[in-house]
Design a protein around this ligand. Structure first.
Ligand code: THU
Length: 165
């Protein structure tokens, strides 16, 4: 019998430790939360994508009374970015969540469907997408979606895993 040991690397830091361009992206994601349409969950999520050409595309969650018809902030943002700039790689994606009058202390982690879309974004450009998950007390930085979506439905993603006998 063999086991596959899956490891994920997540760097934890605070806002002051971010690079200047990372701070700007986090600020844009935070601002985008206030434009979210989240009347049902009252959980506002904002995202900001930095593209290879320097453009920043922002988006947020868009809910619907028929719940499954809504869309998360990450997918709204990545789909819009690709619809506007189909040839541009996404370098970094920042995500922030705001509820009950404040941003969360700890980051939220993207849902499975958003991870799958992030993987496609990364595979399309063949370059890692850095993911910054904002929390007031802790920020998670993940250098590639492969750390968030191990064993992904993709023929090459599995090559990075470690096989332990
Ligand atoms: N949501 C996001 O937009 N992104 C996430 O990473 C997690 C959840 C949204 C979906 C829904 O509109 C609300 O947050 C509550 O789940």
């Amino acid at each position: 019998m063999k086991y596959l040991k899956i490891t994920a690397k997540v760097r934890i830091c605070n806002y002051e430790e971010l690079l200047f361009e990372e701070k700007i992206l986090v600020d844009r994601a935070k601002a985008a939360t206030f434009r979210a349409y989240a009347p049902y969950s009252k959980f506002n999520v904002g995202a900001a994508a930095l593209l290879a050409n320097g453009e920043v595309i922002t988006g947020n969650n868009q809910e619907n009374v028929a719940f499954p018809s809504g869309l998360c902030a990450e997918r709204t943002t990545l789909f819009y970015a690709h619809s506007q700039y189909p040839g541009e790689a996404v370098r970094t994606l920042a995500v922030a969540a705001y509820t009950e009058g404040d941003f969360l202390d700890r980051p939220i982690s993207p849902c499975g469907a958003c991870r799958q879309v992030m993987l496609e974004t990364e595979m399309r450009s063949n370059q890692p997408v850095k993911i910054i998950l904002y929390g007031k007390k802790e920020i998670f930085i993940i250098e590639s979606i492969k750390d968030l979506l191990p064993l992904a439905f993709d023929s090459v993603a599995i090559q990075d895993e470690k096989i332990i006998l």
